[in-house]
Design a protein around this ligand. Structure first.
Ligand code: BJW
Ligand code: ZN
Length: 249
């Protein structure tokens, strides 16, 4: 695998690196994506169940969909792309990782400076009072759990039409606007406001590198679009950067 001199040299000289990840980075761990060729969680589209109206209409169905997904997520492991991000975090003076994923895999891999834009599927919260709960399993035949206040408990994730946590979005925007290099990995870049981050970075002068199996909504706006599996491209790219660094000293 070869990379352009420009891509290597931008990573070699970067002081601040920001990363945005999406479902594609976890695909090689066995976590299905939402869209794209192999996308779809079961027979549902995210837009159909990941929204507050669906939960109001049929909380049991939404809980069952999340249970189905949690069973997969509890048992998967980080792949070489996740592990490379851990190495990168150790290397750069400033490194931030913003993820749209709710699958906990960046934590499992060992990254520290992580901003979860869309929450975490292994946490829950009360849909009324907001009280936080940990991972809960819905036993077969049982109905949706309720909080002490009487309202239904729901996954602690961000659904369509809901605001992202203000601090998380502000931090992500700050990191994008101050990055020397932004890597956008495994995201279709169609869901806002996360999809704005690579564009924000580009407008603020960052060099933007995308890694994806296919072209995305932002491919025409980035500086380098690397096509292929992130579990193969990212480790190869990082090895190439380190090899160049070695050759220089
Ligand atoms: C690989 C690979 C491999 C595969 N290697 N690559 C501005 C304009 C237009 C619309 C809006 C706007 N602002 C807000 C909206 C509305 C809406 C939105 O964006 N809609 C669009 C769909 C049009 N946004 C919102 O509602 C957001 N809230 C908000 O903005 O609040 C303010 C507001 C409120 C009300 C009105 C107006 C404003 C909230 C968005 C929440 C998204 N939530 C979900 C579910 C999370 C919980 C859960 O998991 O159940 O987040 S939806 C789902 O999509 C999930 C993901 O994080 C998100 C993004 O998906 P992602 O990660 O990009 O995955 P995929 O599947 O799309 O792509 C995978 C990619 O990987 C593909 O490209 C593959 O090719 C690639 N791939 N294998 C590398 N091995
Ligand atoms: Zn409550």
């Amino acid at each position: 695998m070869t990379f352009s001199d420009q891509v290597i040299s931008k990573l070699l000289t970067a002081q601040r690196v920001a990363v945005l990840t999406g479902a594609g980075i976890s695909a090689e761990s066995g976590v299905p994506t939402f869209r794209g060729k192999d996308g779809l969680w079961g027979r549902f589209k995210a837009e159909e169940l990941a929204n507050p109206d669906a939960f109001l209409r049929n909380p049991q169905l939404v809980w069952e969909w999340y249970e189905f997904r949690r069973k997969i997520i509890r048992n998967v492991r980080p792949n070489p792309a996740h592990l490379t991000l851990v190495e990168m975090e150790k290397h750069f003076p400033h490194f931030s990782l913003c993820t749209q994923n709710v699958d906990n895999l960046h934590f499992k891999a060992g990254n520290r400076n992580i901003c979860e834009l869309h929450g975490n599927i292994l946490r829950n919260k009360c849909s009324g009072c907001g009280k936080k709960y940990g991972d809960l399993e819905l036993l077969p035949g049982c109905s949706v759990p309720r909080c002490h206040c009487g309202d239904l408990i729901r996954p602690d994730v961000v659904w369509f039409g809901e605001m992202l946590a203000k601090e998380a979005l502000e931090l992500a925007s700050y990191e994008a606007e101050h990055a020397d290099v932004l890597l956008s990995i495994g995201t279709s870049a169609v869901v806002y406001p996360a999809a704005m981050l690579p564009i924000q970075a580009k407008r603020s002068g960052a060099f933007v590198i995308e890694i994806n199996l296919e072209r995305t909504a932002i491919s025409h706006q980035v500086d380098a679009s690397l096509q292929g599996k992130s579990g193969e491209i990212l480790p190869a790219l990082w090895s190439a950067v380190l090899a160049k660094k070695e050759a220089r000293v």
